[in-house]
Design a protein around this ligand. Structure first.
Ligand SMILES: [Zn+2]
Length: 630
């Protein structure tokens, strides 16, 4: 029988007194109804209709409000503690009335989780107790739980910690218990606490204590500040976005070169180092209710240079470091395999062609299933072309960073949807920038549904390629296929450019037009080969051919897009991107830095080119039917 729940409702609410007076903690209001009523509604909704309330302080008021529970279509019974025996002691008193397996909730915790999934997991694991854990953004002052790779809880470290504990998992105060197991480790009538006494005893007596880690919303509401936070979160829709009722949005992140410094293969937790902005960027995702999931290739395991246990320690360190910055990951997936065998010390069984090693989609597929993720609303961020390919195969939007390898592995000829200098810019783009740009473009795009060629011009680093991609996304959701082509691939090699000859001289626009004309005119599906420009090596290479249908829309973006009269003549509509000059210079600086160039050395070249080129580019804005500021 899976219908029984015990709710610990004996709290006095001392810390809430200033707000709620003498009323007991379970009756403290949250969005107009008692905190405990939210739990009763949750239980009723999931079919847990037999509710045992363990009360103590002002039992009379609680009974007066909830009675026998018929108002909520549940059966409520009460156990009134005369002497407070602690949470475990109170639970012991009601054990004879409980089913073999039952849920335990705390009346001062707001919970929006699927109770049935939790209960089913407990039964499937055949556990003595299942403890809901969640990654926490302040592990240094929390009771921490250590879990092994099989999901067994192996240790609990109460706060304050005598030594540094590399874990960020905390007890979320929500359990499923097996009645018989509690009986064997606890004596009735003795004061005891669930977290401090029962769980450590269960671990030491060899009981099966399992973890249940979920991104669903669970928050303790013991203080007025926390109640206010929960109310804000509910009004912002955060519990809903994280609930199992909807598919969740996620950001998949590569590890080395994306979250952490690219230092070759890390085999010791000591060598793992976050980028300075990683915690803050992940924290923003956490607050926005977007899952942050790390997917990392770890061939060091196949090579025998690191065990899975060792990798677990490294990832505990990663979680701790993020926790110190107030951030957490919702999951870490790794591929231990490697395809090439024949090295000494290798683990033969892991030297295989697997489906999880990026650019394969295996790790992402698993996370999508485990965490119920909506691919079309999710992203992959990485520093290598294998990350971008894995993201594309998985149906995610992709961002290539200029940190780590900055795409210079060049294993796959693939274009990311967006280039960003670092993780912070990528997260800001996902959460704010892209939406802001879409709102500026949406009516222009809907008026351009029947076009063939759209030109997008503006100064270097103004945000043209981002605008083009956002337009392509809007076209695509409206059922029109759109392709972004960059004019940058037609930049002449540096040695054949004449310094001071102007913008148009720097591009092979004759060749570009020759290639583009037949495509624009074609009434059939055609295959187009198009060059892409690599900023770091300052050279072009050919992309894999793109298939372009006769109704497809081509978005051609680049500095000279609106400057060339031939392009203007064949284009149906034109867009110019303006940008705040300070912001633009910041982007240019990030660009040069990522190429390892010193700003002082290139500054003269930049300023002379700017003076030479910018007036002509800015002048071309007159041909645009829309000018936006990125
Ligand atoms: Zn693998």
């Amino acid at each position: 029988m899976r219908n029984q729940v015990a709710i610990l409702a004996g709290g006095m609410g001392t810390r809430l007194k200033a707000r709620t007076g003498d009323i007991p903690k379970p009756l403290a209001p949250l969005l107009g109804i008692p905190v405990l009523e939210h739990l009763v509604i949750l239980c009723a909704h999931h079919g847990y209709k037999k509710i045992m309330l363990l009360t103590h302080y002002r039992h009379d008021l609680i009974y007066q409000y909830f009675g026998d529970g018929h108002k909520w279509d549940v059966e409520i019974s009460y156990s009134i503690e005369k002497e407070p025996l602690g949470t475990a002691g109170a639970l012991c008193e009601v054990l004879p009335m409980m089913n073999e397996n039952f849920l335990v909730l705390y009346a001062d915790t707001y919970v929006d989780i699927n109770l049935n999934s939790l209960f089913t997991a407990h039964l499937n694991l055949n556990a003595d107790a299942t403890v809901v854990l969640h990654p926490n953004d302040h592990p240094h002052d929390s009771d921490l739980v250590k879990v092994n790779p099989d999901g067994d809880i192996v240790a609990i470290y109460p706060y304050p910690h005598a030594i540094e504990i590399s874990s960020n998992l905390v007890n979320a105060a929500l359990y499923v218990f097996n009645r018989e197991c509690i009986k064997t480790v606890l004596r009735r009538g003795v004061k005891a606490d669930l977290a401090k006494d029962l769980f450590p005893r269960m671990i030491s007596s060899g009981c099966k204590l399992k973890s249940y880690i979920t991104p669903e919303y669970i928050k303790d509401m013991g203080t007025p500040v926390r109640i206010d936070q929960v109310e804000r979160d509910i009004l912002d829709g955060l519990p809903e976005r994280l609930s199992s009722r909807v598919l969740r949005e996620a950001v998949f992140l590569d590890r080395d070169g994306t979250l952490t410094q690219e230092l070759g293969y890390v085999t010791n937790p000591k060598n793992l180092e976050l980028y300075a902005d990683s915690s803050e960027a992940i924290r923003k995702l956490n607050k926005a209710g977007m899952l942050a999931v790390c997917v990392t290739n770890q061939p060091v395991i196949a090579r025998g240079e690191l065990t899975e246990h060792g990798l677990n320690e490294i990832h505990n360190k990663l979680n701790s470091l993020l926790g110190q910055g107030g951030a957490y990951l919702d999951g870490i997936y790794f591929c231990p395999h490697h395809p090439d065998s024949g090295f000494s010390g290798e683990v033969k069984s892991l030297k295989i062609n697997c489906s999880c090693r990026k650019p394969n989609a295996g790790m992402i597929d698993r996370a999508v299933a485990d965490l119920s993720i909506e691919r079309s609303q999710s992203w992959m961020i990485g520093d290598m072309t294998s990350d971008i390919k894995a993201g594309k195969i998985s149906g995610l939007k992709t961002i290539l960073l200029q940190t780590g390898y900055a795409g210079e592995d060049r294993k796959y000829k693939i274009q990311p949807d967006y280039f960003m200098p670092d993780l912070t810019s990528a997260v800001n783009w996902i959460l704010e920038g892209r939406k802001k740009m879409a709102s500026q473009l949406i009516s222009f795009v809907s008026e351009s549904m029947n076009t063939r060629l759209v030109l997008i011009g503006g100064l270097a680093r103004a945000g043209k390629s981002c605008a083009a991609m956002v337009m392509a996304e809007i076209f695509n959701v409206s059922g029109r296929n759109a392709h972004v082509l960059s004019i940058d691939g037609w930049l002449k090699p540096v040695e054949s450019r004449i310094e001071g000859a102007g913008v148009l001289d720097r591009y092979n626009l004759d060749d570009l037009c020759e290639r583009l004309y037949p495509i624009i005119k074609s009434k059939k599906r055609v295959s187009l080969e198009w060059p892409i420009y690599d900023r770091k090596s300052r050279s072009s290479c050919w992309m894999d051919p793109i298939s372009i249908g006769p109704q497809d829309i081509i978005l051609l973006e680049g500095v000279p897009a609106l400057m060339d009269v031939r392009l203007r003549e064949i284009a149906d509509t034109k867009l110019f991107i303006n940008v705040d000059m300070g912001e633009r210079l910041k982007r240019i600086e990030a660009d040069y830095k990522s190429r390892g160039e010193c700003m002082e050395a290139v500054w003269d070249r930049i300023t002379s080119r700017e003076g030479d080129e910018n007036p002509g580019v800015i002048d071309s804005a007159q041909y645009a039917s829309l000018v936006i500021v990125s």
